[in-house]
Write a protein that binds this ligand. Structure first.
Ligand code: 3HC
Ligand code: NAI
Length: 698
């Protein structure tokens, strides 16, 4: 009926097929097409039932997210669902792979839903800062009860076929050809004379144990910390609550109102930006999608400490066999012990099954001998952060590994080019900068050296995806993109201490902005000694005229390295992880202010936020101008997935656009006057302010 929706007859069943690659998003042509097919089927006297099915990769990924920034054009998804409701013939949705958001809502509007074993259904709108907008908050509670519906809507995760069947979202799971199964199902419905089965006509099912009686209060508490400052989760709960207390049509009107409020919010705009930025990051302009890649069947990790262990787990979790090598049998045993402990924690928290743990452990082999890793397709080095040591390891790897093995380093600050040229294959050398804990954090900063080949870049970017990570390509500079910006941010946080703030105040302002924790709590968690060592190494090259805060060094000199030593910026109860403000640190900070002749003053949260965030943004602008990141969105993705920048603020450069380049430039100029070189305005920021543009426009 349109290019993207087909109608055909199979016996007395009309089959409507959505064929809108890649994911059958419900854009205008699809909605018009389904609408027209329903019209045609209604008028076709020989048709007794209808099947709605998706061609290609999935049933449907829901509304076309790109359309949300334009005025809606009829028919809306809701209007298509109303058309299904008014159809006098039973309509059966046949789902394979994903039915998400509006895709599932469309299926919920049908009389019956059958799924292939591959089906996964869900309402992920909350992850885009939205409330389901086409009846999801009304039909799902009617179908499966408010408790399970809240879990599906607030979690946003897809529910696999077997669970969807048990919950009652699917009526049947069909093996074999789905279209054939759906037509057979439709014929049975007609033959048995089953009545229309409209979800809207069902009573919303009140909570049952274990959800009763305070399901909504518990849902609100449950999302608590995670949903701090977010609009959508609360509105999702309220909308599901409406399913119990309001008539269907009124509750639907409310749902629409909530959806529009969310859609127009900066939060949802930020989350939609992140959705697309994440996907865009995979595209490298000079490395076409069809670039030849090395197939990675086996991997190896050198150094099985904190990072090496996490990286090995990441490979095993993705089903890729991995050898781990450490300097001695004892070090290796300690590393393997760390891996076992991590998996044991996963089992005891119910995250993985005992069988999965065993299967994954079977993929990890310890070795103290380089001969064991000769055939690896990629080796990731994660030994101590020392240039000479890394060079030595790379020379050994170059000698023992097969000619096409990719040699990658997990260095967080060293020059990848310098490492690469110590080998005879610099084109196969790259940085793969994982974040701690490596098996949890989704970011991989993939560092492209001067000589890295396109094939190596494409192979490593592809590997990131296979590992379930988000790979972002960056260039070589001190700290790469993320840590270079992080340095600017924490440096400013330290200056704030010298001027009158305390760690707990800075941390609270940053936490309230939406980060999971502030810079000082983060420092204590990560360990303060690492940064101390890096600062000592850089001391010789530091510009003596540049402002430098000695507070962090003084804390390390006291042997306070953070949580692992029971004290850092904060103190900790024995074995505890809760940061407790420490009068000793306050004394140290006040002492430093005195020493530097700084008159301490009251510093407000607004100043804390502006200075920390603008330092971050200004550095990000320099990085972008220097071509070390490909696009502003890449920097946003790095900060969201590597440093916990609040997703509803879209990343530092998206946030900058909501503030305005001119406002930030004014502040940066002021700070440049008081703090010197660190706040030299980035030329890009000056250009944007002059041209009235944002990082993401033009
Ligand atoms: N709208 C527009 N484009 C979409 C889309 C959508 N709903 N879902 C995916 N795409 C695009 C992606 O941007 C990507 O485009 P690109 O190739 O140009 O980069 C392409 O489709 C393929 O997507 P992925 O790379 O993500 O493919 P995967 O196979 O890894 O994942 C997926 C497929 C699980 C469907 C994933 O794309 C996804 O989660 N999509 C979003 C689902 C979603 O959030 N749906 C709710 C939308 S809001 C809604 O329905 C409102 C309603 O309540 C009214
Ligand atoms: P770690 O100290 O926990 O582990 C290093 C491991 O390397 C130890 O097991 C050690 O025995 C082993 N090792 C040392 N010399 C070796 C050699 N010659 N051959 C084989 N193994 C050897 O260190 P961590 O924290 O895991 O860091 C490793 C690398 O990852 C460093 O380059 C670091 O900068 C980087 N990194 C660290 C992050 C973190 O948060 N810890 C985050 C991102 C990167």
């Amino acid at each position: 009926m349109t290019d993207v929706v087909r109608y055909e007859r199979r016996g007395a069943t009309g089959v409507i097929t959505i064929d809108n690659p890649p994911v059958n998003a419900l854009g205008i042509p699809v909605r018009k097409g389904v609408f027209a097919c329903l019209d045609r089927a209604e008028g076709d006297a020989d048709v007794t039932a209808l099947v709605l099915i998706g061609a290609g990769r999935c049933f449907s990924a829901g509304a076309d997210i790109r359309e949300f920034s334009r005025p809606p054009e009829p028919p809306t998804v809701r209007e298509v669902i109303e058309k299904i409701r008014d159809c006098p013939k039973p309509v059966i949705a046949a789902i394979h792979e994903t039915a998400l958001g509006g895709g599932l809502e469309l299926a919920l509007g049908c009389d019956y839903r059958i799924g292939a074993p591959s089906a996964r259904v869900g309402l992920p709108e909350v992850k885009l800062g939205l409330v389901p907008g086409a009846g999801g908050t009304q039909r799902l509670p009617r179908l499966i009860g408010v408790g399970p519906a809240l879990r599906v809507i607030l979690g946003g995760e897809p529910v696999p076929a077997a669970e969807a069947l048990a919950l009652g979202i699917l009526d049947e799971v069909v093996e074999g050809n789905l279209a054939d199964g759906a037509v057979a199902f439709a014929e049975r419905v007609v033959a048995e004379g089953r009545p229309a089965h409209r979800t809207r006509d069902l009573e919303a099912k009140p909570p049952k144990a274990p959800d009763a009686p305070d399901v909504f209060d518990r849902a609100r508490k449950g999302i608590g910390r995670r949903a701090r400052g977010l609009i959508a989760p609360d509105l999702c709960i309220e909308s599901v609550e409406n399913a119990l207390r309001l008539p269907f049509d009124e509750a639907m009107r409310k749902e629409r109102e909530f959806f529009v409020r969310c859609r127009e919010s900066d939060q949802s705009k930020a989350q939609r930006h992140v959705f697309f930025a994440e996907r865009q990051a995979a595209r490298i302009p000079d490395v076409p999608a069809d670039t030849a890649v090395i197939s990675i069947r086996r991997a190896a990790v050198i150094g099985c400490g904190t990072m090496g262990a996490g990286i090995a787990i990441t490979f095993a979790n993705a089903g890729i066999p991995v050898h781990v090598l450490d300097v001695s049998r004892e070090a290796l045993d300690a590393g393997l012990g760390l891996i076992r402990k991590t998996y044991a924690a996963g089992v005891s928290r119910g995250r993985i099954s005992e069988a999965d743990r065993e299967a994954r452990m079977d993929l990890i082999t310890g070795t103290a001998d380089y001969a064991g890793i000769r055939d690896a397709d990629i080796v990731i080095e994660a030994v101590f952060e020392e240039m000479d040591l890394k060079k030595k390891v790379f020379q050994t790897l170059d000698r023992v590994c097969k000619a096409d093995t990719i040699l990658a380093t997990n260095t967080s600050s060293l020059d990848v080019n310098e490492i690469a040229v110590t080998t005879a294959r610099p084109e196969k050398v790259m940085g793969t900068h994982f974040f701690s804990p490596a098996h949890v954090m989704r970011l991989m900063e993939n560092v492209r050296g001067e000589k890295t080949s396109k094939e190596t870049v494409a192979s490593v970017m592809g590997l990131s995806r296979r590992l379930g990570k988000i790979g972002v390509l960056v260039g070589v500079c001190d700290g790469f993109v993320g840590n270079r910006m992080y340095h600017a941010y924490t440096r400013e946080a330290n200056f704030l201490l010298e001027e009158g703030a305390l760690p707990q105040q800075v941390d609270k302002a940053i936490y309230d902005f939406g980060f999971p924790m502030g810079p000082f709590t983060t420092g204590d968690l990560a360990g303060l000694d690492v940064g101390w060592r890096i600062r000592q190494r850089r001391a010789k090259t530091r510009d003596p005229d540049e402002r430098y805060s000695p507070i962090a060094d003084r804390i390390c000199e006291m042997g306070r390295f953070g949580q692992k030593t029971g004290a850092g910026w904060y103190r900790y109860e024995k074995g505890g992880r809760t940061p407790i403000p420490d009068p000793e640190i306050e004394k140290l900070i006040v002492g430093v202010s005195d020493e530097l002749g700084i008159q301490r003053r009251e510093i407000g949260d607004r100043e804390i936020l502006e200075r920390c965030l603008y330092a971050l943004i200004n550095e990000g602008a320099k990085i972008l101008d220097e071509g070390l990141a490909l696009r502003a969105g890449d920097i946003d993705v790095i900060w969201i997935y590597g440093y916990g920048f609040p997703v509803h603020r879209g990343g530092p450069l998206f946030h900058a656009d909501t503030v305005g380049a001119n406002v930030i430039l004014d502040a940066v100029r002021r700070l440049h006057g008081t703090h010197g070189a660190a706040f030299k305005p980035a030329p890009l920021l000056e250009r944007l302010a002059r041209e009235g543009r944002g990082f993401h426009q033009g």
